[in-house]
Design a protein around this ligand. Structure first.
Ligand code: OGA
Ligand code: MN
Length: 241
């Protein structure tokens, strides 16, 4: 089942009540505060310094990048468990209406003990204590030329917080305000980082994984190879209630 459904997204009006408590939750999470590096998220120059100052500070609270969240050994062990499944699939290209180009994907809910421990760490750090997560982790494999177009994860399938463990290749993720596209920011998702997107960043901004050649960070190109993301999501609100 595809998590990204553009038709659903377009018709979905976000109520502010959906995320009004999230800034408090995000601030209360000490681990994110300790482990994230604010230098890995950067407001683009089109967003002038004196414009929407409060929104700027909130979106920076709500989009966090935690570098080196897993070790090289943990990365290799996670990949070893998903690789046999992925290898049986072909990358999908050339579907004009796809949100994602050059990808293959699967979902996984059973992991060996070591990998389960790593994913439990993701849950503990990224989500509020009583969050209900989808039982499966979304495994998204992007080819070197693969990319993800701007979208908001459908509220029908996904709750407040999304956490992605980035394996094998670095990439640039761009967040763009849905109504005012000049309000935008980039996140440098280095290999083995975890990103945590919640609240305003999750609902008011679209996110995209930029095409390899277009991904730049502070003026320097970011080399993109094959990238595998393990994405944990909260259950959609209706299902969690
Ligand atoms: C998605 C998505 C981002 C990533 O699958 O909805 O936005 O890190 N993925 O691969
Ligand atoms: Mn998404």
């Amino acid at each position: 089942m595809r998590i990204l459904t553009f038709s659903v997204l377009k018709n979905c009006k976000i109520k502010t009540s959906l995320f009004k408590n999230l800034s408090v939750q995000a601030q209360a999470n000490n681990e994110i505060e300790k482990l994230s590096d604010p230098n890995l998220v950067e407001i683009l120059p089109s967003w002038k310094e004196d414009e929407e100052v409060e929104l700027r500070s909130t979106v920076l609270q709500h989009m966090r990048v935690l570098p080196n969240f897993v070790t090289e050994e943990e990365e290799a062990a996670l990949l070893a468990e998903v690789e046999p499944q992925l290898k049986r699939m072909r990358y999908e290209f050339d579907h004009w209406d796809n949100a994602i180009e050059g990808f293959r994907e699967t979902e996984r809910s059973q992991w060996n003990a070591g990998n389960s421990a790593v994913l439990a760490r993701v849950r503990d750090v990224a989500f509020p204590p009583h969050a209900q997560l989808l039982p499966h982790t979304h495994v998204l494999d992007l080819a070197p030329a693969g990319h993800i177009r701007p979208h908001v994860d459908a509220v029908r399938f996904c709750g407040d917080t999304i956490a992605g463990l980035c394996l094998l290749s670095s990439a640039v993720m761009r967040l763009t305000h849905e109504q005012r596209p000049h309000l935008a920011l980039d996140a440098l998702l280095q290999r083995r980082c975890l990103y945590v997107m919640t609240g305003v960043a999750r609902y008011l901004f679209s996110h995209a994984v930029v095409r390899g050649a277009e991904g730049a960070w502070r003026g320097a190109g970011v080399r993109r190879g094959r990238r595998v993301a393990l994405i944990c999501r909260e259950k959609p609100r209706a299902a969690a209630e």
